[in-house]
Design a protein around this ligand. Structure first.
Ligand code: DHB
Length: 307
């Protein structure tokens, strides 16, 4: 049994799509609903529909992926309208919101809350809008935004953060999260602004932003695990964490759980393999737990042994 409960919401399995992967259109969201995914996570939505950045804007390679999608999405009204039908698949619906300014977050929080998804995730970490820094790299902006959005949301509220690379940054953001009534964290968004070069053509592999884009896949797993572990410790295991980053095999999920994750999300591996990835990951994680004589994920959560 790989089911888990996060902020009082039961997930039939601990594996779900990472926002951005296979979750823009109604068809894609329904495909997730019919799959073994433990939840349906929407693409981060904006106030208005967006076509996103020019293509090519995603590239998969050995060990990972790079993308600069630029928030292509149907706009929040379309997702608000779809939420009632998506909730009928018997798994939680997580609505991800990503404003281009603070007021957009407030408008969307009100409307999406009224549509009653199971959880709302406030994405403070989109790295791909030309000229816009990630909100989550400014703790003052992050705290102001979260304190304004919190009272508008009556379902559990999560926050998606980018990776941080210094313990002082983890400490400052953990205090922000503690003060803002956050019900769960999703760690991490893509590792922002990498550059993958195609030496044959002497070019970047994606077009937007001169080739700069968010990194995902196996290569970011150590960064994801470090962030899950750092926030788990700083928040004393009191705020549940969805671990995202480098979940490609069952054992990757096990590692996230040891670091403190309650559930995990799958981005690059889902884009590369399609929804069949969920069955494989369930089988692999179940075997991993059985091999170690573990009865449940809960028994492993946060139990990384230090040397
Ligand atoms: C996009 C990428 C992100 O990492 C994110 O959090 C939101 C949107 C994008 O490029 O579409």
């Amino acid at each position: 049994d790989l089911s888990v409960t996060i902020a009082g919401v039961k997930f039939p399995t601990c594996f779900m799509n990472a926002s951005g992967a296979l979750c823009v259109t109604r068809e894609e969201l329904i495909t997730l609903g019919r799959s073994r995914a433990g939840a349906i996570v929407t693409k981060s939505m904006t106030l208005e529909p967006r076509v996103g950045n020019p293509e090519p804007r995603y590239y998969g390679f050995t060990g990972g992926s790079i993308n600069s999608m630029g928030l292509p999405n149907l706009g929040y009204r379309a997702y608000a309208e779809m939420i009632p039908e998506l909730t009928r698949f018997g798994k939680p619906v997580i609505a991800s919101i990503a404003g281009l300014c603070e007021d957009d977050f407030l408008t969307m929080a009100r409307a999406i809350n009224q549509a009653r998804p199971d959880l709302i995730e406030v994405n403070l970490s989109c790295p791909n809008i030309p000229g816009k820094p990630q909100i989550a790299y400014d703790p003052v902006d992050s705290e102001r935004l979260l304190k304004r959005v919190r009272p508008l949301i009556t379902v559990p509220m999560g926050v998606k953060l980018p990776p941080y690379f210094d313990p002082a940054h983890h400490a400052v953001m953990a205090e922000v999260i503690r003060r803002c009534g956050v019900d769960y964290l999703n760690l991490i968004n893509s590792v922002g602004n990498g550059l993958v070069v195609d030496p044959k053509h002497e070019t970047p592999v994606i077009k937007p932003k001169g080739g700069f884009g968010g990194l995902g896949g196996s290569l970011i797993k150590p960064v994801a695990l470090a962030n899950v572990r750092a926030f788990w410790k700083l928040l004393e295991g009191r705020i549940p964490i969805i671990g995202t980053g480098g979940v490609v095999q069952g054992v990757d999920a096990f590692e996230h759980v040891l670091c403190g994750a309650s559930a995990v999300q799958v981005g690059t591996a889902l884009v590369e393999e399609g929804v069949a990835v969920f069955e494989r990951l369930e089988r692999e994680l179940t075997a991993e737990l059985a091999m170690r004589g573990k009865q449940s994920l809960e028994e492993c959560r946060g139990k990384l042994k230090e040397l």
